[in-house]
Write a protein that binds this ligand. Structure first.
Ligand code: PXG
Length: 456
């Protein structure tokens, strides 16, 4: 084995190519260009193996909410590793870190949530949701209520169940979606709204839930699942009218509403949860990412008191769980992360200060010739690039406009992600106003450079 610390970038890339298969990656292409190797991080910055300092406009993968390098989290992990590095929560056992985290989650989530089922990833949490909602109805003698309704272009994870809940056509192959999952139209007004104004379109797409319930028969529908703001789908913020109508329909037909807060939770919108931001009333809430600020893998499903009481009182054993459900070290880090987000006023500051500043600085970019729409809430946003601002007409996909812009930004010191031609941003919540100014300057340069090289 080599001492990897001593190798240069191209040596590291060679070994990476030889032994490592990356997620969601065209491996043959990666082997040609080589991976960007990240070696260090602090605050909102990461450094690559060539020593470049880069603003991490994506907080890793929408997860490093508290920023990099927090000693308190490192100490919480180290302390717990020394004291009890592992114990399970099966077979009537528990341990202090999982007990503390469960209590903390009950405190910060909306009042109907007082129970959590812990997993290691958002995908596992969403697979858990499928089993849980079916079990909830079965326990109440309504075995036929099995279908979960989701939306096109939703992202709920990569395992078989979670990819089925997701509505991304590229992930639908070889038996995915599994039976019992249905998709309705997403509330993406800018792309799919046609002649309708945003609120008419929001109401219409929400009403497609009612149509789907009636088509399937309410006796067959278990739940509706949605991200309050679609993240991986391109940061799609529904029109104002959307959530009211969805809530009305879920209540009228008494189906469970599952809010997937994996990206939106833990302060991203300036509230603890997007559920608080939009005034939603979910029965289940899916958590991951910002729960530990990505320092260690942990995720979970919050159950409302109603769902929990059915599962507990009428259920007997729920034959479901993971070796690392409630892993003590992940729990210790998550609790400390929540304590810091709360006691340092980080979530509040996103709502009152940096969130509005970020949105207003980004809104200036709508003047740019390439930018069709800037949308977002708090510290999550998208800048959608179009060929024709009046008609919202897209660039031809082989021009790869989003990828070009992403690469220009990266070369200038900013990580943005391209979802087709939407440039998405989700920086650490501790970003300062002057760092937001730097981010916007680099994004502007990247847009200018992209414009310059496009055929006129
Ligand atoms: N729900 C949502 C809303 C997510 O965004 C998951 C569930 C699954 O979580 P895990 O921990 O299993 O990955 C996610 C994950 C991207 C990207 O390209 C987004 C995610 C994961 C990987 C890539 O934007 N979100």
């Amino acid at each position: 084995m080599n001492d990897l610390q001593l190798l240069n970038t191209s040596e590291l890339q060679t070994i990476d190519n030889e032994f490592h298969l990356h997620p969601f990656t065209d491996t043959k292409h990666l082997h040609k260009v080589g991976s960007r190797i990240i070696t260090d991080a602090e605050g909102v910055y990461v450094w690559d193996s060539d020593g470049n300092k880069i603003i991490d406009g994506m907080a890793g993968l929408w997860c490093v909410n508290i920023g990099y390098g927090r000693e308190e989290l490192i100490e919480a992990a180290t302390r717990q590793l020394r004291k009890l590095p592992y114990y399970n929560t099966f077979f009537m056992t528990s341990h202090p870190p999982v007990i503390e985290l469960s209590q903390r989650l009950a405190e910060i989530t909306p009042s109907q949530f007082n129970h959590v089922f812990l997993t290691n990833s958002g995908s596992e949490a969403n697979d858990t949701v499928i089993r849980m909602v079916r079990r909830y109805w079965t326990l109440q003698g309504q075995e036929s209520k099995t279908v979960v309704i989701s939306r096109t272009n939703a992202y709920h994870g990569s395992t078989f169940g979670a990819a089925s809940l997701g509505g991304m056509s590229a992930m639908h192959e070889s038996g995915i979606p599994i039976p019992g999952i249905e998709h309705i139209q997403q509330p993406y007004w800018y792309r799919e709204g046609g002649d309708l104004d945003p609120n008419e379109f929001g109401k219409k797409t929400a009403q497609s839930l009612e149509e789907k319930i009636l088509e399937l028969g309410v006796e067959n529908v278990a739940a509706f699942i949605a991200e309050p703001i679609q993240g991986a789908g391109g940061v799609i913020v529904p029109p104002q009218s959307y959530w009211n109508e969805i809530s009305r329909i879920c209540e009228a037909y008494e189906i469970l509403f599952v809010a997937d807060e994996v990206i939106c939770g833990f302060g991203r919108t300036g509230k603890w949860f997007a559920t608080d931001y939009f005034g939603l009333n979910p029965d289940l809430m899916v958590l991951a990412k910002g729960l530990s600020s990505g320092y260690l893998p942990i995720a979970g499903v919050m159950l409302s008191d109603d769902v929990a009481s059915v599962m507990i009182e009428d259920g007997g054993e729920f034959a479901h769980g993971f070796t690392y459900s409630g892993h003590p070290v992940s729990c210790a880090v998550a609790s400390e992360n929540i304590r810091l987000l709360s006691e340092e006023g980080i979530v509040k500051n996103v709502g009152a200060e940096v969130g509005p500043y970020f949105q207003s600085r980004l809104a200036e970019l709508s003047q740019h010739p390439l930018v069709g729409e800037v949308r977002g809430v708090g510290l999550i946003a998208a800048i959608e690039l179009v060929e024709d601002k009046a008609t919202h007409h897209r660039f031809q996909s082989d021009l790869k406009v989003g990828i070009r812009c992403r690469d220009h930004a990266a070369n200038r010191g900013l990580i943005m992600r391209a979802v087709e031609d939407s440039m998405v941003l989700s920086p650490p919540l501790i970003i300062s106003k002057s760092q937001i100014d730097d981010l916007v300057d680099i994004a502007t340069d990247a847009l200018d450079e992209t414009l310059r090289e496009l055929p006129s």
